[in-house]
Design a protein around this ligand. Structure first.
Ligand code: PLP
Length: 442
């Protein structure tokens, strides 16, 4: 056994025994061990302990926007840590990176969003939004307005509130949910109106939506959907929250996903791409109007805040990351490379038998797997996980979405990806899908 083989064996055994992985098949992990132990990342590539190289077709978890191994971010973190790694922001304490990042966000966010509450990730950001909008209606003298409406196929994270607005399998996992949440068919403005009428607008605090549903299978809203949502929210005095945890910071080819739809939310949540995943950071932005209302109406203390709200090092890295996205024109690159990626998906569709709908917005994309291209009939059991396995063997990491009868491959490569790397992705996908197609028709 080589030294490296011994290391792999040792880590795999420790992994099985001690490392409870997030969102993972716990039994399979025990049987298989850690299939990929990543050791290094560079650009769009990840490397594992076996010496294999992969295109990170998911930006890991939709978040490594500027790509792996960016020394500038490491340097920024080190400098900030040496100066002031951490200090509290409770009450009137503050720090320069958090102040500057909140000002930068106000400058680039959709018009009107002006004040940021920081959290450490997307779930915390969404839970914060739910608490703040409820507190807002309390302050406005409307305490009955407390329900939050989310959509089927939405994913907003796994903290208690976020789970309660999320995908059904996640809701069922925890057996009991937080109260005052309800669900509506995704991307149906009519269904939203009907639900509000049934529940009563005086019981509803807010409606939340991702601009593009990510974990739910990369579903892109119809062109007019968010305009109608905005009108409905205004008509019934309901706050509109967008969850931009995946779609912000260039991912869809615009700075923020909602900009494709020409409307502004009252509240916007972000995380992931704000630091490209280099440090945990998230947040909630409030419109200037809501911020002013809080200032005028709050009498006591805002009793919500995390130890790491406005973490100086995370905020310094966030600022540097946004500067890199701007200086390297990565939002524009996501738009242009997103079109290349979608062209590649369409080429695959015309050259393979088992591809149904393909879709994409910027560098978020999806390929549906079907048994029959004409009728769009699906296979009896999902096939996309087999393709994910074949793609990994050939050096591409992507993901499958199979809940709710779906059989879909999803993609979100780093925003620095170039045409050659997109072509390589397409070529690996062709070989991987063909290999599975042959198994299926045998
Ligand atoms: N919201 C959306 C749209 C997400 O995709 C995610 C995570 O994938 C979250 C919220 C939760 O973020 P986190 O995992 O950082 O808590």
């Amino acid at each position: 056994m080589t030294k490296n083989e011994r290391l792999i064996q040792e880590l795999s055994e420790l992994d099985k025994k001690h490392f409870l992985h997030p969102i993972s098949p716990i039994k399979q992990q025990q049987e298989d061990g850690a299939a990929f132990i990543f050791t290094e990342g560079k650009g769009v590539h990840l490397y594992d302990l076996n010496g294999n190289c992969y295109i990170d077709g998911m930006s890991s978890l939709w978040n490594v926007n500027v790509g792996h191994g960016r020394e500038e971010l490491g340097k920024t973190a080190m400098e900030q840590m040496q100066k002031l790694a951490y200090s509290s922001n409770f009450s009137t304490f503050s720090n320069e990176p958090a102040i500057r990042l909140s000002a930068k966000l106000a400058q680039i966010a959709p018009k009107g969003l002006s004040a940021t509450f920081f959290a450490s990730g997307g779930s915390e950001a969404n839970d914060t939004a739910y608490k703040l909008v409820r507190n807002y209606w309390l302050l406005k003298g409307k305490p009955s307005k407390k329900k939050i409406i989310s959509q089927t196929k939405s994913y907003h994270g796994v903290s208690m509130g976020a789970t309660s607005t999320g995908l059904k399998p996640y809701r069922e996992f925890t057996n009991s949910l937080a109260p005052d949440f309800c669900y509506v068919e995704h991307f149906s403005a009519q269904a939203l109106r009907e639900l509000i009428e049934t529940e009563g607008a005086d019981t509803i605090a807010a409606f939340i939506s991702e601009p593009v549903q990510g974990a739910g299978g990369v579903h892109i809203a119809p062109e007019n959907y968010f305009k109608e949502v905005r009108e409905i929210c205004d008509e019934y005095e309901i706050l509109f929250i967008t969850d931009e945890v995946i779609t912000a910071f260039g991912r869809t080819g615009k700075d923020f996903g909602i900009e494709h739809y020409g409307v502004t939310p009252d509240v916007m949540c972000f995380a992931k791409g704000v630091t490209s995943g280099y440090l945990p950071l998230g947040g909630v932005m409030l419109s200037e109007e809501i911020h002013q209302d809080f200032i005028e109406l709050s009498e006591g203390t805002m009793l919500h805040g995390y130890t790491y709200s406005g973490h100086p090092t995370a905020c310094a890295v966030g600022l540097k990351n946004i500067e890199m996205i701007e200086n390297e024109n990565l939002t524009e690159n996501a738009k242009v490379m997103g079109k290349e990626m979608l062209n590649g998906f369409n080429w695959l569709k015309s050259n393979l038998e088992i591809i149904g709908e393909v879709r994409g917005l910027g560098l978020m994309g999806a390929i549906e797997i079907v048994k029959d291209q004409v009728t769009q009939e699906k296979f009896d059991s999902p096939v996309s996980p087999l393709i994910v396995g074949e793609a990994a063997k050939r050096g591409l990491i992507c993901r499958s979405v199979i809940f709710d009868g779906q059989d879909t491959l999803v993609f979100a490569p780093p925003l620095i990806i170039n045409k050659t790397e997109i072509e390589e992705m397409t070529s690996i996908l062709y070989d991987s899908i063909l290999a599975v197609e042959r198994q299926m028709v045998q």
